[in-house]
Ligand binder design. Structure first.
Ligand SMILES: *Cc1c(COP(=O)(O)O)cnc(C)c1O
Length: 479
């Protein structure tokens, strides 16, 4: 063995995780078991591939490489340069971009840092920007603030103003945005969202941006996998900058990308501004292990099979939407164009928090979300659902119908529990759901439904895991 003679203090460098740190290994095993046994419906999540996880856990994690290919602050970057160049080439290919017109920076650690670097590149401090309001489906990093607080760097370091949905259609109010922009005169308009089930009219946004010589940036964090498959409108046709995460529908490791235009007078030095904004303005050394994972994910997203995956994600979301509607529920905009469904629970008298909670008790992972017209931002009236992860678990329309049925039964059970709790307090709701109560059936039904959900979920493979998934220590036999 090559390492037989190493010093005592270096011996642990060669042992597997399960040996060196069984406590952390056990936490990983329990989380794997949870992912295997449950239904993952969080719209921002996906299940990445074994290949991406291998790249992410590789020797590349050891290397410092501040700077860009062929212009590094450290030596030893021969192969890192090859990797980053490959990743950039694949990013342009995956999104069908001409390298003469577009460039990309693949170093952002995540979507939020990609966005802040993009703002740093495009704007001066305290310049004005507009983004979709958070309660209307926008993201924190698009300028979010409250009456009392500037919540994110995008409102602390810049002047921001939100645009909104048209309450009658729940679609982006493009006309309202255009007239607000005439007053606010933004330097930058950000489009893209975290909870918007419809596609975007990029041409309309471009027109408004041009009226004020503003930049147009699309943040396609949620939808980039579907955009790459050309199953949604193409933001690159109209935008100056496009940012994305790589771990949502794109199904890669956790990171971000910034695409920038290189052609035309307006974009003359954009490449340098974006690159300088990422490093040294906002970040330090790139995470090369992650960049390898991105390169691998982009390779997968450029295969002919990717289109089929993206199409199935959308078909599954449409099936989920139509099944919920068939059960009599209300959805924001009445359906979906992408991977996401916004379920309005107000007509049946439940809050998003309660349904998220019952979901957790049943192994159905979902998140509460504001819906258009919510009276209070503290009490979101809806739930956001997404089909990217279920589709990665190989589910198709017939399976999604079962999932919709589980969701229907979950909210009906939540209504029963709310009644049995005799109060609208979340803690009373949790108490009757989790402990047997004399003369009440809700708790029993939670256990039955949970077991059905688990049996169903365990019929499907879990991406990245080959072979049998065993119940780890710390998970009870009946769980
Ligand atoms: C998820 C998301 C982000 C942030 O990504 P992180 O990787 O969590 O920092 C940014 N913008 C939008 C629209 C998102 O949905």
């Amino acid at each position: 063995m090559a390492n037989a003679a190493v010093h005592e203090y270096n011996k642990a460098l060669y042992a597997p995780l399960a040996e060196v740190d069984p406590v952390v290994q056990n936490i990983i095993d329990k989380e794997t078991w949870r992912q295997y046994s449950g239904l993952e419906l969080i719209a921002s999540e996906n299940l990445t591939s074994r290949a991406v996880m291998e790249a992410n856990g590789s020797m590349l994690t050891n290397k410092y490489s501040e700077g860009l290919p062929n212009a590094r602050y450290y030596g030893g970057n021969e192969w890192i340069d090859e990797l980053e160049q490959l990743c950039r080439k694949r990013a342009l290919e995956a999104f069908h971009l001409d390298p003469a017109k577009w460039g990309v920076n693949v170093q952002p650690y995540s979507g939020s840092t990609a966005n802040f670097a993009a703002l740093t590149a495009l704007l001066q401090p305290q310049d004005r920007l507009m983004g979709l309001g958070l309660p209307d489906g926008g993201h924190l990093t698009h300028g979010y603030y409250t009456a009392k607080k500037k919540m994110t760097a995008s409102s602390i370091y810049f002047q921001s103003f939100p645009y909104a949905l048209d309450p009658s259609t729940q679609l982006i109010d493009y006309a309202g945005l255009a007239s607000q922009a005439r007053i606010f005169k933004p330097r930058l308009i950000i489009c893209g969202a975290s909870a918007y089930p419809r596609d975007w009219d990029y041409a309309a946004l471009r027109k408004t941006a041009d009226e004020h010589s503003a930049y147009l940036m699309a943040d396609i964090a949620h939808t980039s996998g579907i955009v790459a498959a050309q199953e949604l409108a193409d933001p690159f046709q109209y935008c100056d900058v496009v940012t994305t995460t790589t771990h949502k529908t794109l199904r890669g490791p956790r990171a971000g990308l910034i695409f920038f235009r290189k052609d035309g007078e307006n974009h003359k030095d954009l490449e340098k501004r974006v690159n300088d904004a990422v490093f040294p303005a906002c970040q330090g050394g790139p995470h090369n292990n992650t960049i390898a994972g991105i390169a691998t994910a982009l390779h997968q997203a450029s295969q002919p099979t990717w289109k089929a995956y993206a199409q199935q994600v959308v078909k599954n979301a449409r099936t989920l939407a139509s099944e919920l509607i068939a059960h009599g529920y209300k959805l924001q905009t009445g359906g979906t164009d992408n991977h996401l469904v916004l379920w309005d629970l107000r007509p049946i008298g439940l809050t998003g928090s309660k349904v998220e909670k019952i979901g957790d008790l049943l192994g159905i992972t979902i998140n509460k979300n504001a819906v258009s017209g919510d009276a209070s931002a503290q009490v979101p009236g809806g739930i956001r659902l997404g089909t990217a992860a279920l589709t990665s678990r190989d589910m198709t329309e017939e399976d999604v119908k079962h999932v919709a049925d589980f969701l229907h039964r979950s909210v009906q059970l939540a209504l029963l529990l709310q009644k049995e709790a005799g109060s609208k307090m979340l803690k009373d709701f949790v108490r009757v759901a989790t402990t047997p109560q004399d003369g009440k059936v809700g708790h029993h039904q939670v256990r039955t439904l949970k077991s059905e959900v688990q049996t169903f979920a365990r019929r499907f493979p879990l991406p990245g895991v080959v072979g049998e998934i065993k119940r780890p220590e710390g998970i009870p036999e009946d769980d």
